[in-house]
Design a protein around this ligand. Structure first.
Ligand SMILES: C[S@@+](CC[C@H](N)C(=O)[O-])C[C@H]1O[C@@H](n2cnc3c(N)ncnc32)[C@H](O)[C@@H]1O
Length: 340
């Protein structure tokens, strides 16, 4: 789904699409709520008061949870509560952005990061709270996707409170030696339109509200990653990716390989802004890792294997615009291409 917004008339369809394509199989609670919102003239009327880009299901459900409203108690409780608290709900939706920060995505980035000349300087574009800037502080458990479900490799930072589990298929490079090749990160920085601060309770509560209700493992992971980031908060710059990325890369310390990366970000930018970003990053030193929905970057999309898998919602992982794998949107799977 293009996340930049929907016209008023299309809000119902976008909730139905969300129920079908994103919530089904992942959250029965959100699937039901989204289906019901799509058919409720009263709630659609309230949502129509908001700018199109602010009518998204994730924003509505996150706002209700942030304010302590009921989401898992069934449709009537949800509808009545939202109608009664619309002023607060709409204010939160206007103020906040969907900024889900998923440390789990580091499991899909790791093989690429490990393959680059070390040490690394990480520059994350659309960093949210910056939790993907700590690939060297997590533990990893890669399990076989080929049916056996057996553990392929398990390693990572000693004593880390976070273990990222990821199902792997295909010839992931250096899988046997990844344990000895954790990236060495000497500098980490991020850019965001609205950086979230891991030290601020309200920001952390917002991040927690964005985790879907049944996904308690993601909530635990988020809390562990926040603890890691709090011990050494990242440098986060407020700004638009196109306005700030060049300056940030210019600050990378000598001797480190600059790696500009992003996941689940460019869908929020217009096609023109994406094209401008691509032109800028091509001219920068170092490497560029993108992990975005399949059609978001045209130069990556056109090089994908002909047969895209049937599973919806996958991302394309690419190094310098060369696609190498399909990835689960929360980092839960890594499907490496033969010959990549
Ligand atoms: C869905 S979150 C993903 C966060 C993080 N990359 C991750 O994978 O967990 C998208 C983030 O991109 C930021 N963002 C969207 N458009 C942006 C832009 N034009 N410039 C900078 N940040 C942007 C949003 O504020 C949000 O924090």
């Amino acid at each position: 789904m293009d996340v930049r917004g929907t016209s008023g008339a299309a809000t119902g369809s976008s909730y139905l699409a969300f129920a079908e394509r994103e919530a089904r199989g992942n959250s029965a609670v959100y699937q039901e709520l989204a289906e019901r919102v799509a058919g409720d003239a009263g709630l659609l009327g309230l949502l129509a008061e908001l700018p199109p880009a602010k009518r998204q299901p994730n924003l509505l459900f996150g706002a209700v949870r942030h304010l302590g409203g009921p989401v898992a108690e069934g449709w009537p409780a949800f509808r009545d509560w939202v109608a009664a608290h619309w002023e607060q709900v709409s204010a939160t939706m206007r103020e906040r952005l969907t900024q889900t920060n998923e440390a789990g995505r580091c499991a899909t980035l790791l093989p690429l990061l490990a393959s680059l000349p070390q040490p690394l300087a990480l520059i994350e574009v659309g960093a949210s709270a910056g939790l993907c800037l700590y690939p060297d502080r997590y533990r990893y458990r890669y399990v076989s996707g080929g049916g056996s479900g057996g553990v392929v490799a398990e390693f990572g930072a000693e004593g880390s409170p976070v273990t990222l589990e990821c199902t792997v298929d295909g010839p992931v490079p250096m899988m046997e030696s990844l344990r000895d090749r954790l990236p060495r990160v000497v500098w980490r920085a991020g850019i965001d339109l609205n950086p979230l601060d891991v030290r601020a309770e309200e920001d952390v509560r917002w991040l927690e509200s964005l985790v879907w209700p049944e996904q308690t493992h993601r909530l635990e992971r988020l809390r562990g990653a926040v603890r890691i980031a709090r011990a050494e908060p990242p440098l986060l710059v407020r700004g638009d990716l196109n306005a700030t990325v060049r300056d940030l890369v210019a600050q990378v310390p000598a001797g480190a390989t600059p790696v500009v990366f992003h996941s689940a970000v460019l869908a929020y930018a217009s096609p023109e802004a994406r094209a401008g970003f691509a032109t800028t990053v091509r001219g920068l030193p170092g490497h560029w890792i993108s992990n975005e929905a399949l059609s978001v970057l045209p130069t990556v999309a056109e090089r994908l294997p002909d047969q895209a898998p049937a599973r919806s919602g996958l991302f394309a992982l690419a190094l310098d615009e060369r696609p190498v794998a399909y990835t689960g949107p929360h980092g839960q799977s890594l499907d490496w291409f033969a010959g990549a």
